[in-house]
Design a protein around this ligand. Structure first.
Ligand SMILES: Nc1ncnc2c1ncn2[C@@H]1O[C@H](COP(=O)(O)OP(=O)(O)O)[C@@H](O)[C@H]1O
Ligand SMILES: [Mg+2]
Length: 412
C-alpha cells in the first residue's frame, strides 16, 4: 500500500512539473499523458486523449491523443455530443467515471471495427469550477480501482485544466499583442508617410515662396522704380518750366521731388528685402556679407565672416536655403541671445559643406532645441532636410550658441 501511495505522489509531482513547462500546449499534454500511462498502479494502457468542451455547440472536441489509435477512431471522435458515450457523460456530470470494459458497459455507445477490450478512466478537467474538457485513459479490462488513485487523478485533471486555461489566456493575450503591434506599425507607417508628404509639401511651398519673392522683388524694382524715375524726370521738367517768381509752385515741386526720392529708396529697400539681388548676381558669400553689414548698421552687432576661401559650386536653391537659414539664425541671435559678436564660417571638408554661425550670447537650451513649437528652428531643419544635411547645436549657458549645418556636396 505504501509503495502505491509513493508512486501516486511521484506521478502527481511529475505531472505538475511537466505542466509548469513553458511552450506548446499539445506537447505538454502529450508528455503528461505519457507520464500517466507509466502510472503502474492504475493499470492503464498506452492510450489516452483529451477533449475540450465547446459549450456553445454542447459538444466535446478532440484536442489531442497519445498512443496508437486508428484513423477511424480519430475521425469519429473529432466531436462527441454532451451526454454521448462515456466522455460525453462526464462532460455533463463533471465527475470521474470508471468503466470496466467497453463491451459490457452499456454506457459505452460507440464501437469501432478495431476495438479491443479495454476499460476506462474518464477524468473531468475542471478549473475554478468550470469544466474545460475531459481526459480519457484506457485501462486493462476489470482493473482494480483504488479510492486514493481516483483522488490523485482528479487532482491531475485540475492541474491539466488550469494549464489549458492558462495557455488559452496566453494565446489570447498573444493575439491581442500581435494585433496591437500590427496597429502600431501600420500607424507608424502612416505617420512616416504623412511626414514625408508634409516635408515635400513644405519644400514645395518654400520653393514657390522664393520664386514669388524673386518675381515681386523684380517687379517692384523694375516697374515701380521706372515709374518713379519717370515721375521724377517730369517734376524736374515742370520745375524748369516754372518762372523764378512762381515760388510757391517751385517749392511744391521740390517737395514732390524729395518725396519721390524717398519713395525710390523705399522701393529699393523693399525689393532688396524680398530678395537681395546680390544673391543672384554675386552668390551666397557676397549676399551674406551684404546682409551682415545691414545688421551691423541697423543693430550695432559685430560680424566676423569667413566664407568659402576656395571656390565651391553650390546649387542655386541650396544657396537660397543657406541664405535664409543665415537670416533666421541672426534674427534669433538679435532677438534672444543678447550677444555682441557673431562668427560666420563656411568651408568644405572632403565632400561636406560646413556652415557654422556662432554667437557669444546667453546660449540656447536643450529644451528650446527639442521644442516642437520652435518653428524657426524647425524651419532651419526643414530647409536642410531635402539636401540630406544635418543641423547641430553646440551650446553651454553663458558661452553662446553655435549652429552647425553640414550638407553633403554632390560629386560632379
Ligand atoms: N542664438 C540663440 N541664443 C539663445 N537662444 C536662442 C538662440 N536661437 C534660438 N534661441 C531660443 O530658441 C527658441 C526657439 O527659436 P525659434 O524656433 O527661432 O523661435 P522664435 O525665434 O520664434 O522664438 C527661442 O525662443 C529662443 O529661446
Ligand atoms: Mg526665430
Amino acid at each position: 500500500m505504501n509503495t502505491r501511495i509513493t508512486e501516486e505522489y511521484r506521478v502527481l509531482h511529475n505531472v505538475a512539473q511537466i505542466l509548469q513547462n513553458p511552450g506548446d500546449l499539445i506537447k505538454i499534454l502529450q508528455k503528461t499523458m505519457k507520464a500517466l500511462t507509466e502510472f503502474e498502479g492504475l493499470q492503464v494502457e498506452n492510450k489516452a486523449g483529451i477533449f475540450l468542451t465547446d459549450n456553445k455547440e454542447k459538444v466535446l472536441r478532440l484536442l489531442t491523443t497519445y498512443g496508437d489509435f486508428s484513423r477511424e477512431f480519430i475521425e469519429k471522435e473529432q466531436m462527441v455530443p454532451f451526454g454521448d458515450c462515456l466522455c460525453g457523460r462526464v462532460a455533463v456530470s463533471g465527475e470521474l467515471l470508471m468503466s470496466e470494459s467497453c463491451y459490457s458497459d452499456s454506457r459505452h455507445d460507440r464501437l469501432y471495427s478495431d476495438m479491443t477490450p479495454h476499460g476506462h478512466y474518464i477524468v473531468p478537467l475542471i478549473s475554478f469550477e468550470k469544466l474545460v474538457g475531459v481526459l480519457f485513459l484506457y485501462t486493462n479490462t476489470h482493473p482494480s480501482w483504488y479510492q486514493h488513485s481516483q483522488e490523485v487523478l482528479l487532482s491531475i485533471g485540475g492541474l491539466i485544466a488550469n494549464t489549458i486555461e492558462r495557455k488559452q489566456i496566453d494565446e489570447e493575450l498573444d493575439a491581442h499583442r500581435n494585433r496591437l503591434e500590427e496597429i502600431v506599425s501600420s500607424r507608424t507607417q502612416d505617420l512616416v508617410q504623412s511626414k514625408e508628404q508634409y516635408r515635400r509639401l513644405n519644400n514645395e511651398i518654400q520653393t514657390v515662396r522664393e520664386e514669388e519673392k524673386s518675381r515681386l522683388s523684380r517687379e517692384v524694382h523694375d516697374q515701380l522704380g521706372q515709374a518713379l524715375t519717370a515721375l521724377k524726370m517730369d517734376t524736374i521738367h515742370v520745375d524748369k518750366k516754372l518762372s523764378a517768381n512762381q515760388i510757391d509752385l517751385k517749392n511744391q515741386v521740390k517737395s514732390m521731388t524729395r518725396t519721390i526720392d524717398e519713395t525710390i529708396k523705399s522701393v529699393q529697400h523693399i525689393a532688396t528685402e524680398l530678395r537681395p539681388p546680390v544673391l543672384d548676381a554675386f552668390g551666397l558669400c557676397e549676399a551674406i556679407s551684404w546682409q551682415a553689414k545691414e545688421y551691423e548698421n541697423r543693430h550695432g552687432i559685430k560680424f566676423n565672416l569667413n566664407c568659402l576661401q576656395d571656390h565651391v559650386e553650390i546649387d542655386k536653391n541650396l544657396q537660397t536655403a543657406l541664405f535664409r537659414i543665415f537670416q533666421e539664425a541672426v534674427t534669433n541671435i538679435l532677438r534672444h541671445a543678447n550677444a555682441s559678436h557673431v562668427q560666420v564660417r563656411m568651408n568644405h571638408e572632403k565632400n561636406t559643406l560646413i556652415f557654422a554661425i556662432g554667437d557669444n550670447g546667453i546660449g540656447i537650451t536643450e529644451k528650446d532645441i527639442e521644442n516642437p513649437e520652435s518653428l524657426g528652428l524647425i524651419g532651419i531643419k526643414e530647409r536642410v532636410y531635402p539636401w540630406g544635411g544635418q543641423v547641430n547645436f553646440e551650446s553651454s549657458s553663458g558661452k553662446g550658441t553655435l549652429l552647425i549645418i553640414s550638407i553633403p556636396l554632390m560629386k560632379q
